[in-house]
Design a protein around this ligand. Sequence first.
Ligand SMILES: Cc1ncc(COP(=O)(O)O)c(C=O)c1O
Length: 425
Amino acid sequence: MSHDVHLRTIGTQALHPESLMMGYGYNPALSEGAVKCPIFQTSTFVFESAEDGKAFFELAYGLREPNPGERPGLIYSRINNPDLEILEDRLCIWDEAEACATFASGMAATTTVLLASLRPGDVVLFTAPIYGGSDHFLHHVLPNWNVEAIAIPAGERPEPHEESLRSVIGGRPVGAVLIETPANPTNGLTDIAAMAAMARRLGTVDRPPVVVVDNTLLGPLWQQPLKHGADIVVYSATKFIGGHSDVIAGAALGSAAAMAPVRALRTFLGSMLSPMDGWLLMRSLETLKMRMTAAMKNAGYVARFLKQHPAVETLHYLGELDEGDPMHELYQRQCTGPGSLIAFEVRGGEAAAFRVLNALKLVRLAVSLGGTESLAEHPASMTHADVAKDAQARFGITPGLVRLSVGVEHYEDLIADLAQALENA
Ligand SMILES: Cc1ncc(COP(=O)(O)O)c(C=O)c1O
């Protein structure tokens, strides 16, 4: 029996991510033979010697380079913990990343990454619309550090905006670009490679912008931003990665060099995930592919039903893009599946949308997405309530818009529920 905990191949067979989620990175011999990684519910770890403690801190604080084969030792659960380390190793597999850091929430991941990348006086570019919490941080927190956030519309080519952006930036350094693609809630796609190239042209050579992609809506199954020029990918792991609407968590991944300042800042902000939640996410990862595949299949049926319904004015779903739509070519180049988040506009504005939401019986009226159960909400007054009204109108967060996260129920039941609810529109 092999004890190579990082085994990735058998003979010439490269093992698939879904096969590695059950055991990768975990050595049962270190835990009394337990087949599953236990919950290391401990704040601190005993050193075998004072010399070990000294050596562990030297590596953790970057005071010297590791000796050949030397791995960071366990110190204190704000710095490292076996549940988080094994979870992080497993998340790296999906995104083909070198390094990962897990966080107490998706917001903790995004804000720690941005704070590690930005300096006072910088500008940060972002695609709009963007998740309401990220929008709040960009517009209401970063200005306190003299950082201005500048929006670029999602769902459009970035290049036509380049010259006007250059004049708004006015020579200030571009510290980072935050791309949320597809955009929450409109599913507008942004070309990561084109945006990264433009950000680098607008930025400085000595400190190029850090290109961050929020991959919550499609990843890690249906989009892998690091392959398209992103430096760091961030997740609300509360969503598909957790997948059962019972844990709040986040993750950031990238090259070891890109992640080093993020991991260092996480240690001092204390924004890391807890061991128990890390353990829950490891359990979730075992079924990640199954869940995301089943939900996506359901979403295809639901989207086709909604598309032909007379009460539905517009449907925003990546699986139903017309071939002539400029986003279609980008979708094919950048994504490997349409996911399971649908947005649709109910004819009749907010009042009609509310009547539909209030009439749902199986689909729950709640924010969040990516869980096994289907959830519906009203972005303009809920997840994106804090987005300025003119920005809501400009970026497609209309009064009649409903966001639907399709779960793994039977699709015929979901369609029956939506059909009876839409009768109230
Ligand atoms: C796209 C996106 N990014 C980030 C977040 C924030 O994640 P969390 O709620 O885990 O902090 C959310 C939450 O809805 C989201 O939808």
